[in-house]
Design a protein around this ligand. Structure first.
Ligand code: AMP
Length: 451
């Protein structure tokens, strides 16, 4: 769960990268950083915090350079600390090299142990550093060949940005788990985790980077090169369900329109259900609930006030704060709730703690019935490809039956969307290439060493 963004050949590169990263902030809130190509040198800066906290005007002005790569982090491998903030920078035998990574390498433990045995000294605990050590050790005739050769040693998920003086290179793993798109802005090129960041800086999306493909941007020109045979294209379906921004386009449709469609599918699957209104858990739940309302004719009503200003300090898991953090973020609007039967939609149910709290607050506000509808199937398996999920033992759907989960969350009914409907909606009815491992336990790429 990270975001990456690059802009090349632009006099305002660091400012545009700021806007790009700011737009991708939902993908990670722990740390942010940029590396700038400054006439043969690479300047870099990263710090803990949100994009707006990390980059002052002064910091941006110091990141002089016409090309910039940037990163925002939510750690799924390695501790959350400044050393692990990206882009990572190294002076290597290949020259200065910066790297930014979104994804999770499932053979990181094995590769790290092998490299350390051979003398490598790691500076960080992130899996992202491994590729740099591999490149320094196993070289080809050119940088691209070196990259291609070493990317093939990696297992798991990755969208990478690399920077060397004069070059920005993007790479997407052979399954295409994590997103990476190319855009244009005048003579500049952009690489971004999501299309919405390209839109916000005023650019145009050109195309997705294909699974197993390198994109090389050099001297204002773009080239593509395959470094691996594409595996089965299995992009992460959870990007549409939960993670990506509503205005991002995935598989040819915006996340928002896919969520409306998912809501409609839920309504069709739950046609027997009677209630006074349908609502969603903010923010993503609203799109699902609107789709449900459109299909079923049931009135849509927002029953929560979402406070967008609860800073990170309120998200610390401190026992004294925990009690009211849920209410602080989501406050029920009482007179819309009192005496009503409500179908409440959320994107997913993982441990069940969110639903339990929210249903509790609706009941306390006087709701007559709360039927919980989940816009995806039950999460039964952890993600090893970059989405933060708890262990198998902590996933509620592994331990309890649907009726037991219903009782645990305090709902009067519990419904999960079928996988078939979810895939249909996410892929616009045509594209069926998704990783659905969290719902099925079928992992499309090796995970043995990640378990
Ligand atoms: P839980 O409370 O454990 O059942 O988690 C489900 C809730 O967390 C839903 O409201 C989701 O919107 C949200 N959610 C789902 N996946 C994640 C994730 N990987 N990280 C943070 N929140 C998540």
């Amino acid at each position: 769960m990270c975001g990456i963004f690059a802009v090349t050949d632009n006099k305002n590169a660091s400012k545009l990268a700021y806007v790009g990263l700011f737009t991708l902030q939902h993908r990670g809130q722990e740390s942010a950083g940029m590396a700038a190509d400054s006439s043969g040198r690479i300047l870099y800066y990263s710090a803990m915090g949100l994009v707006s906290e990390v980059f002052s005007n002064e910091v941006l002005a110091n990141l002089k350079g016409r090309s910039v790569i940037g990163h925002i982090r939510y750690s799924t491998a390695g501790a959350s600390n400044l050393k692990n903030a990206q882009p990572l920078f190294f002076n290597t035998c290949l020259g200065p090299l910066a790297v930014a990574h979104n994804g999770n390498l499932t053979n990181a433990g094995r590769l790290r142990a092998q490299l350390q045995k051979a003398g490598a000294i790691f500076q960080t605990t992130t899996d992202s550093e491994i590729i740099i050590h591999l490149m320094a050790r196993y070289r080809g005739r050119s940088l691209e060949e070196t990259l291609a050769k070493n990317l093939r040693r990696l297992e798991g998920s990755y969208s990478f940005l690399f920077m060397t003086p004069g070059r920005v290179i993007g790479a997407r793993d052979p399954n295409g788990f994590r997103p990476l798109v190319l855009g244009r802005l005048g003579a500049s090129h952009i690489l971004s985790s999501e299309t919405c960041a390209i839109d916000v800086v005023g650019g145009k999306t050109a195309r997705e980077i294909a699974p197993g493909e390198l994109v090389i941007i050099e001297k204002g020109k773009v080239r593509f090169k395959r470094f691996a045979k594409p595996g089965n294209f299995t992009r992460c379906i959870f990007e549409t369900v939960y993670f990506a921004r509503p205005d991002a386009e995935i598989a040819g449709r915006t996340v928002q329109s896919a969520r409306y469609e998912i809501g409609s599918m839920l309504a069709r699957e739950m046609a027997y259900m009677k209630a006074d209104l349908v609502s969603g858990v903010p923010d993503s739940g609203a799109a699902y609930a609107l789709g449900f309302s459109r299909e079923s004719g049931l009135a849509y009503q927002a029953v929560f006030m979402r406070n967008h200003y609860t800073g990170r300090s309120f998200m610390q898991p401190d026992q004294a704060l925990r009690e009211f953090t849920a209410r602080l973020k989501l406050a029920p609007i009482k007179d819309l709730i009192r005496g009503k039967s409500i179908i409440l939609i959320d994107d997913s149910l993982v441990r069940g703690t969110t639903s339990r709290k929210i249903i509790g607050s609706l009941k306390k506000a006087g709701a007559k019935k709360v039927y919980m509808a989940i816009a995806s199937p039950a999460v039964i398996s952890p993600c090893y490809y970059g989405i933060d999920t708890p262990t198998k033992e902590e996933l509620i759907a592994n331990n309890l039956s649907i009726d037991e989960i219903r009782r645990f969350i305090g709902a009067d009914g519990l419904y999960y969307l079928s996988l078939e409907s979810l895939i249909k909606a996410c892929g616009n009815g045509r594209d069926r290439c998704f990783c659905t491992a969290c719902f099925t336990g079928n992992y499309p790429a090796k995970i043995k060493s990640a378990m």
